[in-house]
Ligand binder design. Structure first.
Ligand code: NAD
Ligand code: IPM
Ligand code: MN
Length: 351
């Protein structure tokens, strides 16, 4: 019996809705496998601001630091869009959490479920066999450079050190060694100096992985290849902002924003798990949000932070079963609410 001790940060918009569904599933896993849950729930983002606190309250950050395992819904929304700089939910909570805990390796999978292939807008032959993972650098680049306004306008600085590129490249090559041994590095080295450094460092890291095939693509061409030739990718390695944009595009291959989980990992064993989608203000509060990305993120937390492989697989099998039996929310053509999908998966896990 294990104690599953983590920090739960529901956040804003659909965050608490998909979060509640994931907690229901974790409770079912704990019952089924004889574990105990020790959940430290904390405010983050707009919810913290509305409570008169900072976007990342000290108590929330302290809990994350202490547990080292975090399950996060989403932050931000129109209600807080008038705020500037670090007063914003995104810049004042999510980014410092990632940076201060050194969660530099962000892993986002794209493997369309067979049951969803006909739901995606692309032709079946473009989706069958697609199975790649994006290794997104998460604590550098334009997100974290100097930003501001001056008499000339506005600026956002983009910086990468060689060490920052090397460590994420090593993660990508290590992952490729456990898969089909191919890394596609995505940059904009025809224009950006940071991308030229990126490419040089990736080429150098590749020398230690002679079995891994390395290809380079420019990010503009990559957006096209992802829609026409996605079967050719295994591990896609890219910098912070390109990874953000490309993974929203990847969600189209998978049928919905609501099905892609993510893990953000440090070298010291810390992990934050969150869906790749945001707070979806257009559907928040209506029970329409698809909780699968959040539920799959919880499964990844069990696997990667707690070593609970069978438990993670039980959740993933239940998600596949829900899709096959069309027990889904409206974005996937189903008629269930967020909570009903969570309850169905929780029950499947327990039986
Ligand atoms: P979004 O991902 O919230 O929504 C994009 C579209 O996808 C919307 O039409 C939404 O309804 C749909 N969608 C998203 N998740 C869904 C789900 N689980 N089920 C069904 N449909 C889903 O992106 P956005 O609208 O550009 O951003 C809204 C807010 O979320 C912004 O404030 C943004 O900064 C924030 N955001 C936060 C995170 C995060 O906390 N990790 C990630 C992305 C965006
Ligand atoms: C994501 C989000 C965040 C990002 C925002 C909310 C800061 O879009 O996790 O994909 O750009 O990294
Ligand atoms: Mn994003």
């Amino acid at each position: 019996m294990a104690e599953i001790h983590f920090t739960y940060l529901p956040g804003d918009g659909i965050g608490p809705e998909v979060g509640a569904a994931s907690i229901a599933v974790l409770n079912a896993v704990a019952t089924k496998f004889g574990h105990s849950l020790n959940i430290e729930e904390h405010l983050i983002g707009g919810a913290a601001i509305d409570a008169g606190l900072k976007p990342l309250p000290d108590a929330s950050f302290e809990s994350c630091q202490r547990t080292g395992a975090m399950l996060l819904g989403a932050v931000g929304g129109p209600k807080w869009d008038f705020l500037k700089g670090a007063e914003r939910p995104e810049l004042g909570s999510l980014l410092p959490l990632r940076k201060n805990l050194n969660l530099y390796a962000n892993i986002r999978p794209c493997k369309p479920y067979p049951a969803l292939i006909d739901r995606a807008p692309l032709k079946r032959e473009r989706l069958e066999g697609v199975d790649f993972v994006v290794m997104r650098e998460l604590t550098g680049g334009i997100y974290f450079g100097d930003k501001g306004r001056d008499e000339r306008g506005a600026y956002d600085e983009c910086r990468y050190s060689e060490a920052e590129v090397r460590r994420i490249a090593i993660k990508a090559f290590d992952l490729a060694m456990t898969r089909r041994k191919k890394v596609t590095s995505v940059d904009k080295s025809n224009v950006l100096e940071t991308s030229r450094l990126w490419r040089e460092a990736v080429i150098d890291v590749a020398k230690s992985y002679p079995e891994v095939e390395l290809e380079h693509l420019l990010v503009d061409a990559m957006t096209m290849h992802m829609l026409t030739n996605a079967q050719s990718f295994d591990v896609v390695l890219t910098e912070n902002m390109f990874g953000d944009i490309l993974t929203d595009e990847a969600s189209v291959l998978c049928g919905s924003m609501g099905v892609i989980p993510s893990a953000s990992l440090s070298d010291g064993g810390m992990g934050m798990y969150e869906p790749i989608h945001g707070s979806a203000p257009d559907i928040a509060g209506q029970g329409k949000a698809n909780p699968l990305a959040m539920i799959l993120s919880a499964a990844w937390m069990l696997r990667l932070s707690f070593g609970l492989e069978a438990e993670a697989t039980a959740i993933e099998d239940a998600v596949s079963a829900a899709l096959e039996k069309e027990q889904t929310t409206g974005d996937l053509g189903g008629a269930l609410s967020t909570a009903q999908v969570g309850a169905w998966i929780a029950e499947y896990v327990q039986n």
